[in-house]
Design a protein around this ligand. Structure first.
Ligand SMILES: *Cc1c(COP(=O)(O)O)cnc(C)c1O
Length: 813
């Protein structure tokens, strides 16, 4: 490995020559990117090999994080950072006249996820490797990840994501580790050699080929594996081909490969299509087959060895999407390895643990019985048996309580309820923030909590401070290290030492200068992309996340409209200039969310072009929100908008990224906002609105009438009327759905109920910002108390409390 700048320069130039036969001057930025990444991969590969070898010989327990989504973003920068090579490369490249940032920008984001859930999985991989835990990811190599969003005429347009277009340097195809996943057909049970064998016939085989991505730990030798499965097939219909029907000859091949072609772009709303269920079983089955194969090589292949699999393997399922792991592990242990039901069941539930990510009723996954039965006949047989045994146990504990048993059954009303399968088949069920875990115990899964009180626990989410602070905001990281030393990089709790600088004028000036530079960088991007000039001395007020009714971009937008009205009425209105920045994608089929995007863009058009408001406020909607765009936007934020309806956002992780970068949160008492508020203290955050208990009480007992709000306040009535009055330049019915969601369905997300408290919170932000020493102290304290929200803390809680895995220190080869 290169250690000095000079060694690096030489290695880099040589790599360009051997890869492309080109000199530095002749090479394109793409070639330079490939050369640097390839160089890095060679260093990583040695450690990767060593890590795998030492895991094998140590025979330590391994954990596998199963997730349908891994929203990795770009890897060049974070790999350089974790290898501690950023400085050497940056300086070396500078001397060659190359900007590292330009090279990083060449990499396509690996957008294999929708939002928070997929990004959480990516942060966990980074933390597991950096804590030297033997923890790996299992997922799907989507040919097309999250769609690319364009905004045209204010509307969201979706373009297919083609992230593999130029190849992907970080992956390795492992064709020799391919396995077969069986769909459809029929299963019969037959007595063979004294035990029941399941014979699966007439199935459709899909070949699952793994592509491995190395996950580099920070400042250690660990390199873990993210194994992404791709559906491939060698199937070729020779009979059609020889008859001249060439299209038909390849049709079947492509239909089999369709399984891993696309990521469904739905966030917190399950897609009910057959292909989605196929994707779930595809990666769960392939992943488990490969894990069991490896386990047998290391720990023995007799049934008695497999009965102890939970002692050496932990499987974690990220939401219910991989819940078929329960029945698939049962199948493998019984049908392939010869265990009896009871042995297989004990091993299975002790291996698996489950994280719940949402309590939105419409987001709880369920699959029609006929679909599961036809597509996955053996899974259905096993799930039915699990259900029967579970219901029998319930009957024993609650004799005659039919209602409770029906509510808890895995199969009922013609559906397989995936959360029920996940709870019954796991030894641990966790929520992702205190309030969310409590709601699971007392509301959504209350009867399961009564039956299995010890299974339930909380693991508040976190984000990797390496990517979201150190790498995304290097100037801030340098300033922190200058003040409190570098210990916080390994131990983010040490950030609390910044607290004593909160009121230090010199430190405040530095922190302000860093923020200013980040705002300039974002302003340049906005200028380049949108030809729009924003005032870098205005408050950058940011709401970036998926567009969803419960996240309430509508509340933010209506408040902007109200502010605009007030400025129009009183041009002298004395407020700090503000730039409202939005970004986020709407699910393709989510009509209301798409109208919200159009609404924000229409507001922007009106406000940004109205000279009468004297540039006091501006509205920007940045297209194509993604991990790399988040890394640009978040360090530039003064204000973090976390305004979901209380009880609806399980945790949020965007809120944590903003806090780490010194933004002040305006937020509801929802998800992790509550814990952020507890950590940073009430004087360093602006909280408003209904509490989770109040919202849940309204949902249960009623008592909210939106018309009381609408008629009770003229500011509210004015903005609601303006949605549909023709006040905005759009077709007359353009925003009917937004108006409808407020007045016709009794404002399900309490937008109008929280409107006045929100406007008051925004006035408070305005006043606080004007007291700059006070504001800067708030910014510093937010950074100082963000250590708890580093995913290193979260992951070590999982390791100790759920997975029971310990670090394996990888020695240098
Ligand atoms: C962190 C992140 C999210 C999650 O944001 P929330 O505000 O918690 O919903 C979504 N998308 C991207 C690209 C992210 O980086």
């Amino acid at each position: 490995m290169f250690i000095s700048k000079e060694e690096f320069k030489q290695a880099f130039i040589e790599k360009l020559q051997t890869l492309f036969g080109q000199s530095l001057d002749e090479s394109s930025i793409n070639d330079k990117y490939t050369a640097l990444s390839t160089l890095l991969r060679e260093t990583i590969s040695k450690r990767w090999y060593e890590t795998n070898r030492q895991y094998r010989v140590s025979k330590e327990k391994q954990v596998y994080y199963f997730s349908m989504e891994f929203l990795l973003g770009r890897l060049l920068g974070s790999n350089l950072f974790n290898l501690d090579l950023t400085k050497v490369c940056q300086q070396g490249l500078n001397e060659l006249g190359i900007d590292l940032a330009d090279m990083e920008a060449v990499e396509h984001d690996a957008g294999l996820g929708n939002g928070g859930l997929g990004r959480l999985a990516a942060c966990f991989l980074d933390s597991m490797a950096s804590l030297q835990l033997p923890g790996h990811g299992t997922g799907i190599r989507y040919r097309h990840g999250m769609f690319e969003q364009k905004i045209i005429d204010g509307y969201q347009i979706e373009l297919p994501d083609n992230w593999l277009r130029d190849g992907y340097v970080w992956e390795t195809r492992k064709a020799d580790r391919a396995v077969t996943v069986k769909f459809g057909g029929s299963v019969r049970l037959e007595e063979q050699a004294g035990r029941l064998a399941a014979i699966h016939e007439n199935y459709e085989p899909v070949l699952a080929v793994p592509y491995d991505v190395p996950i580099v730990g920070a400042n250690c030798n660990s390199v873990n594996t993210l194994r992404l499965w791709s559906a491939e097939n060698n199937y070729f219909d020779f009979s059609s081909f020889s008859k001249g029907d060439f299209l038909k000859a390849v049709e079947k091949k492509y239909s089999l490969e369709a399984t891993s072609q696309i990521l469904y772009p739905d966030d917190n709303y399950p897609e009910g299509r057959t292909l989605r269920l196929k994707q779930q079983y595809f990666f769960v089955s392939a992943g488990l087959q490969s894990i069991v194969r490896r386990y047998k090589r290391t720990h023995g292949s007799k049934p008695a060895d497999l009965a102890k699999i939970h002692k050496k393997i932990a499987i974690h399922i990220n939401d219910t999407h991989p819940a078929l792991a329960v029945s698939e592990l049962m199948r493998i242990l019984m049908d392939e390895e010869g265990l009896g039901w009871d042995e297989a069941w004990t091993a299975t539930w002790q291996t698996i643990s489950y994280t719940n990510h949402t309590i939105l009723p419409e987001a709880l996954e369920k699959w029609p019985v006929e679909l599961v039965e036809t597509l996955l006949p053996r899974m259905y047989m096993i799930i039915r048996e699990i259900n029967e045994r579970f219901c029998a146990a319930l009957w024993e504990k609650y004799p005659g309580d039919w209602e409770r048993i029906r509510d808890m059954a895995i199969i009922s009303d013609g559906y397989v309820h995936m959360a029920h399968l996940a709870v019954v088949g796991s030894h641990s069920v966790n929520g992702v923030a205190e309030v969310h875990s409590n709601i699971l115990k007392t509301e959504v899964l209350a009867s399961f909590h009564q039956f299995y009180p010890h299974r339930f626990n909380n693991k508040t989410n976190g984000v990797t401070h390496r990517r979201w602070l150190a790498k995304a905001n290097p100037e801030l990281a340098a300033l922190i290290s200058e003040s409190i030393g570098e210990g916080w990089l390994a131990h983010p709790g040490e950030l609390s030492n910044l607290h004593r600088y909160a009121h230090d004028p010199a430190f405040q000036a530095s922190i302000r200068a860093v923020k200013q530079a980040n705002k300039e960088r974002l302003a340049r991007y906005i200028k380049d992309k949108m030809c729009l000039t924003v005032d870098i001395n205005s408050i950058f007020d940011v709401q970036v996340k998926r567009i969803h009714a419960y996240k309430r971009q509508t509340l933010n937008a209506l408040h902007i409209l109200d502010l605009y009205n007030r400025i129009k009425e009183n041009p002298g209105l004395d407020i700090e200039p503000r730039t409202f920045i939005f970004a986020g994608k709407a699910a393709t089929g989510y009509y209301l969310a798409k109208r919200i995007i159009k609404f924000i863009n229409t507001l922007a058009q009106v406000i940004n072009n109205d000279p009468a408001i004297g540039g006091k406020i501006k509205v920007v909607f940045l297209e194509n929100y993604s991990v790399s765009l988040a890394e640009l936007i978040i360090p530039a934020a003064d204000v973090s908008e976390q305004i979901s309806t209380a009880s609806r956002e399980a945790s949020g992780t965007g809120n944590m990224k903003f806090m780490m970068n010194g933004a002040v949160t305006v937020g509801t008492l929802d998800g992790a906002n509550i814990e952020i508020s507890q950590e940073v203290g009430g004087e360093n955050i602006v909280i408003f609105g209904l509490t989770a208990d109040e919202v849940l009480n309204y949902y249960k007992y009623g008592g909210y009438n939106v018309l009381d709000e609408y008629h009770g306040n003229s500011r509210i009535k004015t903005v609601v009327d303006q949605i549909v009055s023709g006040f905005l330049p759009a077709s007359p019915d353009e925003f009917d759905s937004i108006h409808h969601s407020l007045l016709r369905t009794n404002d399900e997300y309490f937008v109008l109920k929280d409107f006045i408290p929100y406007a008051a919170a925004q006035e408070k932000i305005n006043a606080l910002y004007r007291e700059q020493p006070r504001w800067q102290a708030m910014a510093v304290n937010n950074i100082a108390f963000s250590g708890r929200f580093a995913s290193d803390r979260t992951v070590s809680e999982y390791a100790i409390g759920i997975w029971r895995v310990k670090p394996v220190v990888i020695r240098e080869a």
